[in-house]
Design a protein around this ligand. Sequence first.
Ligand SMILES: N[C@@H](CCC(=O)N[C@@H](CS)C(=O)NCC(=O)O)C(=O)O
Length: 227
Amino acid sequence: MSITLYSLCGTDAARPFSPHCWKIVMALAHKGLDFEERPLPFTAIPQIENGASATVPLIRDGDRLVSDSFQIALYLEEAYPEQPSLFNGDGGKAMARFVEGYSQTVLHTAATKIGVKMIHDMLDPVDREYFRRTREGRLGGTLEDISSNRDAEIAAFPAKLEPIRHMLKFQPFLGGEGPLFADYIVVGLFQWLRITTGSTHLSVADPVTLWLDRCLDLFGGRARAVA
Ligand SMILES: N[C@@H](CCC(=O)N[C@@H](CS)C(=O)NCC(=O)O)C(=O)O
């Protein structure tokens, strides 16, 4: 039976943009599992599966419901041990937690300042109102104020990838010779930027761009196909 992945979209359901949901699209593809993605607007999330989760991604696998991207990856690893590993053991799980922390605190913070107004503009009117109210409360300013520093954030963004550039001197993926969930965590961030802002904000010759190209080519170019 196919797994259902509830994800997030704006007015265009063909362009789901949540970074956390993209992590799970890549993880499900890595595991070679059949799944159906159901992108929904922000204000529909509380009704999914009788209010099972306040956030997406949420998956249904038979009678199991699992939310939170990292928990979903751990669940898939445990439920499908015979499929390619997302972690290659406990060290890979620990490393992925570090990458999640780096991505959330350094990269997402920058991406929010770069893309927040563009995300707003991709939403239905009712979602725009919800998004503006919740994000302005959370970020402590209007979307316009937060976006006013956008050019400086874009200029500062490439330097924030320096830890990945260092890693790429020694290996082609965060996972080593091949991609693991740690890679998909950062792929999710770049899918969010590509789809909502139309750019990765990196040069074509940047080693991070070359790594991202390798990731976007995975699974028949599934992630590259959405932009
Ligand atoms: N820690 C969670 C975060 C999930 C999350 O924040 N998802 C966002 C979409 S990117 C969401 O569902 N937000 C709902 C809302 O803001 O109402 C994970 O990794 O899955």
